[in-house]
Design a binder for this molecule. Structure first.
Ligand code: AMP
Length: 624
């Protein structure tokens, strides 16, 4: 109905005229109102009048198109990326990839530069020289000359032959005029009594470090010897020294109070004693064959000074010492280094690390002439190498295996053991191999606790740490060495350089704070070509940084990496290998760079806290 009505109405009304008009004119016409025209519009009008409207339109158009491409990016160089009519997306992608690579490279460069700066700031500014030499500005240019020469036919060989031998034995050398490697002890022209002494010990063929090291030392050269633990480096510095002393004694016998001619410094008393015993063995071989007597003495804490003095008074050829006792004897003028021409620092980096740096510098100041200097260690980070170079004359660096690498003869097992479960699990762990077994712990209390527990369980164990007196320490080490005791529990005093025969298993009751110590500890097994096992307990209490170092060490040594270590990732892992040598250039850890080195940070913190303390102490001292 309504529909009909409306249609009627439509027919009644005159048709409405339809027309278009714009809003402005509509409002103008309707309300007679002139609205506000924005300044922008008015300016546009004005400009159009001036004939610039077309230009403006173009600009507007450009603006519009860029806002349409909301995802287009403007990079740091002000370049716009995105849909472009003239460059294909593929080309743009390639271009962007190149830019990203360049950026990555510069990040690497930045990292390297930063590292260089850090290394420079921690590098030793003071040369490792005696004060008199420093004061007089004495610099030795040429190595010491000796009467030893390699056999003629070896000298006649072309250098390529020597290089090939080094390649076969994986010996890396650096330095000027490196003496040729020599494959047998006989060709090294050692005394026949020494040769038979070596044979009696079952030492028939020189090990790689000996092949290159012994001729180099015999030729009078300074060396930095880097070889994994148990590789036979002790003989490299002992045998040539005995030969030199024999030559000296034959030419001009040592008189009362003369000597020592050679000085060997070790970081621990046990290592010094062990080295001394080896020297004595070869000297006795010589005397037994009718050669002149070569006298040696041991100067370590815990042993009466009178014992060393007795030998010194008779004229001493070789002295083996720890830094503390040696300093004491030098200060008291009990011993002089005026005829000393041969200095060897065994486990040199540990010595510097353990804070003996100033002592070593002081010891250097007691020398009166040029000496042949030898530095040996299994771990030798760059900082120490740089530091050492200042003390050496045209040194030859001999590297057998990466500095800081673990012996490949050790099977390394890492197990997650909760703190409270450790001691019980230890017993289970002991079932892995027959004795002898070495157990390491960081703290003296832990060593005592483990020792007590094992004794209660009926295990034949002995223990050593810095808190025990020297007599007890020596007795325990001897009992373990002779096989009277099955087990030795120790702190790191026993981790450096000590050579116990046939250790089957090294158990790290805890992971040391420093991965270098780990390398030294596990190096007590798998020695001289034999294999051994090392088990290490780790848990949440361990610092992540050292665990990362451990992870990368295991990867390097092609060992099994347990899942909890494999999962561990560091933020800076992409920077671990920048092609400049891997890992940290300060401590040698493989799991971090120098920029994240916890050891360096600890040292710097200590130095920082010492600044205040020293002032405080100084002011206190002034009061007294
Ligand atoms: P070192 O690394 O000097 O502590 O020596 C580790 C062990 O290897 C010692 O027990 C040495 O007697 C033994 N050793 C050293 N040189 C050789 C060699 N050329 N052949 C077999 N055993 C060796």
């Amino acid at each position: 109905m309504s529909e009909a009505r409306s249609s009627e109405k439509a027919t009644e009304d005159p048709p409405r005229k339809r027309y278009r008009r714009d809003e402005l004119s509509h409002s103008e016409s309707e309300d007679e109102y002139v609205p506000y025209v924005p300044v922008k519009e008015r300016r546009k009008e004005q400009l159009s009048k001036l004939g610039r409207l077309t230009q403006l339109k173009e600009q507007e158009q450009r603006g519009k198109s860029s806002s349409e491409n909301e995802h287009d990016e403007e990079d740091e160089d002000g370049q716009v990326w995105g849909r472009k009519s003239n460059i294909s997306l593929l080309d743009q992608h390639t271009e962007l990839k190149k830019l990203a690579e360049a950026k990555k490279e510069s990040a690497m460069e930045r990292q390297l530069k930063e590292e260089e700066k850090i290394l420079e700031s921690v590098a030793e500014k003071k040369a490792l020289m005696g004060v008199a030499e420093l004061a007089k500005g004495i610099q030795y240019e040429d190595p010491i000359k000796t009467s030893w020469t390699p056999p003629k036919y070896i000298l006649a060989m072309p250098e390529e032959k020597h290089e090939e031998m080094r390649r076969q034995l994986r010996i890396l050398v650096e330095g000027e005029d490196v003496p040729p490697p020599t494959r047998s002890f006989r060709e090294m022209k050692l005394h026949h009594a020494i040769l038979s002494g070596l044979e009696r010990k079952g030492i028939i063929k020189p090990s790689p470090i000996q092949v290159q090291g012994i001729p180099t030392v015999l030729a009078g050269r300074d060396i930095i010897g880097i070889a994994f633990t148990g590789s036979g480096k002790t003989l490299v510095f002992i045998l040539p020294l005995i030969m030199f002393c024999l030559e000296q004694e034959t030419k001009l016998p040592f008189i009362k109070d003369e000597g020592p001619y050679g000085l060997i410094i070790c970081p621990s008393r046990e290592l010094a004693k062990q080295t001394f015993d080896i020297i004595r063995y070869y000297c006795e071989c010589l005397t037994a064959s009718g050669a002149p007597e070569i006298r040696s003495c041991l100067a370590i804490g815990g042993v009466p000074v009178s014992e060393s003095l007795e030998v010194i008074h008779r004229g001493v050829h070789i002295m083996v010492a720890t830094p503390g006792r040696l300093m004491d004897m030098l200060d008291k003028k009990m011993v002089k280094l005026d005829v000393c021409r041969y200095l060897c620092m065994d486990e040199a980096d540990r010595m510097i690390d353990m804070g003996f740096e100033e002592d070593v510098r002081t010891i250097f100041s007691f020398f009166c002439g040029q000496r042949q200097t030898l530095l040996f260690s299994a771990t030798m980070p760059k900082k120490i190498q740089n530091f050492a170079r200042s003390a050496l004359v045209k040194p030859v660096t001999i590297n057998v295996g990466r500095a800081g690498a673990a012996s490949m003869n050790v099977i390394q097992e890492v197990e997650y053991v909760k703190q409270e479960a450790k001691i019980v699990y230890l017993l289970e762990c002991l079932q892995k191999t027959p004795p002898p077994v070495l157990i390491f712990a960081e703290k003296k209390q832990d060593v005592d606790a483990i020792h007590e527990y094992l004794l209660l369980k009926g295990v034949e164990a002995v223990a050593i740490h810095g808190g025990k007196d020297q007599e007890e320490r020596s007795r325990s080490v001897e009992a373990f060495r002779n096989g009277q005791k099955d087990l030795l529990v120790a702190t790191d005093v026993a981790s450096k350089g000590l050579d116990f025969p046939n250790v089957q298993h090294v158990i790290n009751y805890d992971m040391p704070d420093d991965v270098e110590n780990y390398v030294h500890r596990i190096g007590r097994t798998g020695r001289s070509g034999k294999t051994g096992i090392a088990t290490t307990f780790i848990n949440k209490a361990n610092d992540e940084s050292v665990l990362l170092d451990l992870k990368h060490l295991l990867i390097e040594a092609k060992q099994k990496v347990p899942p909890f270590l494999a999962e561990l990732q560091s933020e800076n892992e992409k920077y671990l290998d920048l092609g400049d040598g891997r890992g940290c250039s300060y401590c040698g850890g493989l799991g971090h760079r120098i920029t994240d080195c916890p050891k360096l940070e600890a040292i710097q913190n200590k130095q920082a806290s010492n600044i205040g303390r020293r002032d405080y102490l100084a002011s206190n001292a002034a009061d007294y």
